[in-house]
Ligand binder design. Structure first.
Ligand code: ZN
Length: 141
């Protein structure tokens, strides 16, 4: 991926972040602020200390989304953006355009989901865990 393409995704992610925070900000005020909605006020939200305050007011779901956006922005910075964290394959750009905070390719994502369903539904998961207790010692709290 070229630097230019990365910048496009970065802008997309930043605007999603601003929208998320702006939504909270608008709710707090009761009505949208008159004036230019895409002017300095937006930059203010993304950079000022108010961001922290607004984050605290996000729903759990909103916070989760914000976290995903933040992590995607970090991946843009460290150059791992667009690479599957499971198999290190390149994530198709079409997928990134729809879900810029994807961390895995479609293959790994569907494997992950199958895996999760398997464990969620399996009654012998506890048994499997007990049998594997030697291996999972380090995972214990
Ligand atoms: Zn993958």
């Amino acid at each position: 991926m070229t630097r230019k393409e990365l910048n496009v995704f970065k802008k997309q992610l930043l605007s999603q972040k601003v929208l998320l925070l702006q939504g909270i900000s608008t709710k707090m005020k009761g009505s949208p602020k008159p004036g230019d909605p895409e002017g300095g006020d937006v930059c203010d939200i993304a950079t000022s200390d108010r961001e922290r305050e607004l984050t605290l007011r996000l729903s759990e779901r909103g916070r989760e989304k914000l976290k995903q956006i933040e992590e995607a922005l970090e991946r843009v910075e460290d150059g791992s953006f667009g690479t599957c964290e499971q198999c290190e394959a390149k994530i198709p750009k079409g997928r990134l355009k729809v879900l810029p905070f994807s961390t895995t390719c479609v293959d790994c994502k569907s494997k992950q989901e199958k895996h999760r369903k398997l464990y969620e539904g399996a009654s012998d998961y506890a048994l499997a865990r007990d049998l594997g207790s030697d291996m999972s010692k380090e995972d214990e709290d």
